[in-house]
Design a protein around this ligand. Structure first.
Ligand code: SF4
Length: 243
């Protein structure tokens, strides 16, 4: 049974007007939410960056694919926002959109996040394969240096192994709660990343957090199979926006 979880805040940046004047380095960001428990271990801040040119058929966030989606936000303002977050958050999950298409800005910002929140661990979802990321250039390599656990590879709807199960992680032969399709790979880039991956195996598969976006629309947050998604929508009485 999917439990409803309270999300304290989802900031939908499409509807934010205060952040329209960027200062210094800017990041294109669509939304963030906390506390999120469906996108990695613990209680996390989840951030959805804007823009992705990979174009996976069946992408659940097609509205985030245009570079012009979301809003430009200065990294200074984003840092200032961290100070207002609850103390009990344990990490940051970067997703989108495609984080590695804003790699240099994210790397610079994340370096400062790590100074302010040294106890946070960092998880990132990318639609690029690990090999492709390594060939993207210095910004991508800088960003990789700051990530503990990486989920890499495009979403391939045709590679879902079945209606009822999530993608299998070959090394353990079990569905893994962070894999949306079987081609995707997990990369523990640090010792902390290894601990995170082991902790993830205890997470429920098909876990979803529910929240409200800035315009009052329901939002489903998590890695869920198409059949589980349909079941959630049915229980809620209609489709909700997905992240
Ligand atoms: S990489 Fe992610 S955001 Fe980009 S098209 Fe694929 S599923 Fe969508």
């Amino acid at each position: 049974m999917i439990k409803k979880r309270a999300i304290k805040e989802i900031v939908d940046l499409h509807s934010s007007s205060r952040e329209n004047k960027p200062l210094g380095t800017v990041l294109r960001l669509s939304r963030w939410a906390y506390p999120v428990t469906a996108l990695g271990p613990g209680r996390r801040l989840a951030m959805w960056v804007s823009g992705c040119s990979i174009g996976c058929p069946g992408c659940i966030t097609p509205e985030l694919q245009p570079e012009t989606s979301g809003k430009p936000i200065s990294t200074e303002r984003l840092l200032a926002r961290l100070d207002r977050l609850p103390d009990d958050l344990t990490g940051l999950t970067l997703t989108g959109g495609e984080p590695f298409q804003q790699a240099s800005v994210l790397a610079e910002w994340l370096g400062q996040v790590k100074q302010r929140k040294p106890h946070w661990n960092i998880l990132c979802f990318s639609g690029y394969t690990f090999t492709a990321i390594q060939q993207l250039g210095s910004g991508a390599r800088d960003l990789l240096e700051l990530i503990d656990l990486l989920v890499a590879g495009p979403y391939r709807v045709s590679q879902l192994p079945g209606e009822k199960s999530a993608a299998i992680l070959p090394s353990i032969g079990l569905p893994h709660p962070l894999l949306a399709s079987a081609n995707q790979t997990l990369h523990c880039l640090t010792q902390e990343g290894r601990a995170m991956e082991i902790a993830c195996r205890r997470m429920p598969v098909n876990q979803a957090n529910l929240g409200l976006s800035g315009d009052g629309q329901g939002m489903l947050i998590g890695i869920v199979t198409p059949s589980a998604r349909t079941e959630i929508h049915t229980r809620l009485g209609g489709p909700v926006e997905e992240s």
